[in-house]
Design a binder for this molecule. Sequence first.
Ligand code: SAM
Ligand code: SF4
Length: 340
Amino acid sequence: MQYKCCNHILGSIDLSFNGFKYCNEVWEGPEFIPYNEENAFFKNEKRRLDIIDNMKKGIIPERCKQCPMLEEKDWKEFDGKIYKITIFNWKHCNAACFYCSVHSEYSNEIKKSSDYDALPIINNLINEGRLNSDTFIAFMGGEPTMLEEFPELVRLLLLKNCRMEVLSNGIRFERAIVDMLNADNNNSVCISVDCGSRETYKRIKKVDKFEDVKSTIKKYIDKTGNKSNRVKLKYIIFPNINDNKKEIDNFFALCNELGVKTAARAVNHLESKMNTKNQAIEKSVIKSYEYFASQALKYGITLQPEPWADAIIENKVYNCRKIPLLLRLKSELHFLFGLK
Ligand SMILES: C[S@@+](CC[C@H](N)C(=O)[O-])C[C@H]1O[C@@H](n2cnc3c(N)ncnc32)[C@H](O)[C@@H]1O
Ligand code: SF4
């Protein structure tokens, strides 16, 4: 049937920090249903199905109205199959990025999620035949490689040939990621590097682990042969920190040195997804965003599509270019010469 809907509403489950959700594209919602609430899983599913019914009648929830995922097309009927599971039911992490949108808790210990055990729910979905090779699983967190049950979750999902993407800081090498990358369904790991030098790395991540990350990337690439294009490096562009040509050049030199073939660029979504009124994107960030793409092209590196970042940069979503003149000049100098 032709109507405005999105893949999340059609069949997503979020194992979120405090409970079940069906989408994490916009910060404003939906509210989570606490894991310990009776029938929480089914309540989450029911509200999703109710939204589909409403969308068929043209009734769009307020929080979805500006989301770039919303699309008018001929949507298939929901058949019980899960399209996407986002697993981020823990917050511990072995880095302390200043920008971390989940306000991770720093820890150097591999430990279980204190919130909820994802294994039984994944097991149930597998037993009910609701996961298959069309299902996409995103591991977020916290840091997936610091989650005790992570290798077991990957093993289970590999059995159903689900497509997986792990977002990782790459500080710790994890064998399960190599197994996942070598499987037959385009699985990927996206490593947040956000810079091209040790000095900037420390400034952003608050840990001195740039060399460890390089070593992890190299191992993933070396161990995946002709599937090494599944190892992606990510760069979130921040004003006056890494939005200058030199840092971006260093990042692409790093990609070149390590044999990375895919990169992703993003912008800070802390303010943009939460405060939809006053988002300010500095000109230097907008320029760096373009420069990043031109350098990717120059080095023959594929850019992963990032609809949210594109929408913010292209000013489709928020009014984000009202920057005072002095700040604009400062960011211009930073972009060109890396001046702080
Ligand atoms: C919370 S992190 C957890 C995964 C992993 N520890 C990592 O850093 O990649 C999940 C994703 O959110 C992104 N992220 C975190 N804070 C962000 C922010 N303020 N703006 C844009 N992306 C952000 C990270 O780059 C990462 O790809
Ligand atoms: S590495 Fe990921 S989870 Fe850890 S602090 Fe940084 S963004 Fe947050």
